[in-house]
Design a protein around this ligand. Structure first.
Ligand code: FES
Length: 124
């Protein structure tokens, strides 16, 4: 029997608030998480016209990817870039293609749009 309780969907913004090129940061609600630990954040953006979201955490050292609010892409605007050591990630899959965590992945969040609201949750 599977007793796994899926995390609830969390609304992060209206779809209309997520134009192409915008990266929206949000705090991930985790009621079971130790309140003394640093809260997890995520970011959402449009990928090929559909909302996508990842946990804002580099697989290399676990730090947040961006050092400026809403700035996640490299200068060519092709890849998500970690500001600490420059690792590059494919926006569509989260795969690191170069850098110290090459071959690892960003943690993708489940995303859905319900009544015009972008919602996320941790995958199974
Ligand atoms: S912390 Fe992201 S590449 Fe090192």
């Amino acid at each position: 029997m599977n007793n796994t309780v899926k995390s609830p969907w969390q609304t992060v913004c209206k779809l209309s608030e997520l134009p192409p090129g915008l990266f929206l940061e949000f705090r991930i609600h985790q009621p079971d998480r130790d309140p003394d630990t640093i809260p997890l954040t995520g970011f959402a953006f449009l990928q090929d016209g559909n909302p996508a979201a990842y946990v804002n955490q580099c697989p290399h050292l676990g730090v947040e990817l961006n050092w400026m609010p809403g700035r996640f892409m490299d200068t060519d605007n092709l890849f998500i870039q970690c500001s600490t050591h420059g690792a590059l990630f494919k926006p569509g899959t989260g795969e690191c293609i170069t850098g110290p965590c090459q071959g690892e992945y960003l943690t993708a969040l489940d995303v859905r749009v319900e009544e015009g609201q972008v919602q996320i949750r941790f995958p199974d």
